[in-house]
Design a protein around this ligand. Structure first.
Ligand code: MN
Length: 284
């Protein structure tokens, strides 16, 4: 080894501890199985998608440090969240440091069965909102609804699509540390099952999601009956409207988000959850 080379090696070793903070997120960086199996084909495929949808995506996925990953994610989010070019839950995992938050790591369960689940989490982050999540194809499709759901069919609630969440997130109630992604208190505001409104099952829901017109029936503790999520034709990350459909469960006189202020699981208020010592609540 030449002396010059030796020097470089030593210097590199010395900086290892300084780079440790970034190590967590680089470890989490997803390597899609498609890429591993057939690098050429997958690379060509994703290159096409990246070029079409978001030029920063490839760099974002490789970003070794958390700060860079966050910045890239923000940039990337303007190009939409629904790319099939990234592995499922890649964006979810990239945004979180699981050594700091008690939120579950994103994994797609092998087997799914029974009915599709939904969950609504009231989330006091920098801005209060309700995270509206519908299970589809092994993940929870997610929307942030600033004002929460309404039972009044004449009311349209803005629902901003966010990254898919793992199904295991459906039992999360507690506090995400300040300074972490989504820092703040999370309450399980409603949960239950849901289904396509035309008895077409997951295929119908998938079609509706792609089309930007998702019609479904909820069987929750607080939300029941028909709802529609309709995607707006706006540039950037998809924005939808959440609207109650006219049926026996519609009620223009109730303000359900204001009325219901406790967890459907622990019965706690936001203040009680925030004060609680447990940051992870599992109802299993
Ligand atoms: Mn949220």
């Amino acid at each position: 080894m030449s002396p010059a080379k030796k020097k470089t090696t030593t210097r590199r070793r010395a900086t290892t501890s300084a780079a440790k903070r970034g190590a967590g997120s680089s470890r989490k960086s997803p390597t899609s199985s498609a890429t591993r199996k057939s690098p050429t084909k997958a690379a060509r495929k994703s290159a096409t998608k990246v070029a079409r949808k978001s030029p920063t995506k490839a760099t974002a996925r490789k970003s070794p440090t958390k700060a860079t990953a966050r910045t890239s994610t923000t940039k990337r989010s303007t190009a939409g969240s629904t790319s099939s070019a990234s592995a499922p839950l890649a964006e979810y995992n990239r945004k979180r440091d699981f050594s700091r938050t008690k939120e579950p790591e994103g994994r797609v369960p092998k087997k799914k069965g029974k009915q599709l689940e939904f969950v609504i989490q009231k989330h006091a982050a920098s801005h209060l909102h309700y995270d509206f999540r519908l299970e589809l194809d092994g993940v929870m499709k997610s929307w942030a609804v600033p004002k929460g759901p309404s039972l009044d069919p004449s009311v349209r609630r803005l629902a901003m699509e966010v990254e898919d969440h793992p199904i295991s997130y459906n039992t999360f109630e507690g506090t995400i540390p300040q300074g972490e992604y989504g820092g703040g208190t999370v309450m399980l505001w409603d949960r239950g099952t849901y289904e396509a409104d035309d008895e077409g099952g997951a295929a119908s829901l998938r079609r509706g999601y792609e089309k930007g017109e998702l019609r479904f029936v909820m069987h929750g503790e607080r939300l029941r009956g028909g709802f529609v999520l309709a995607r707006l034709r706006r540039p950037g990350r998809p924005q939808w409207l959440l609207i109650k459909r006219r049926d026996d469960h519609a009620d223009a006189d109730r303000d359900i988000a204001a009325e219901e202020t406790t967890s459907v699981v622990s019965k706690r208020t936001m203040e009680q959850i925030a004060a609680g010592r447990r940051v992870w609540h599992s109802n299993r």
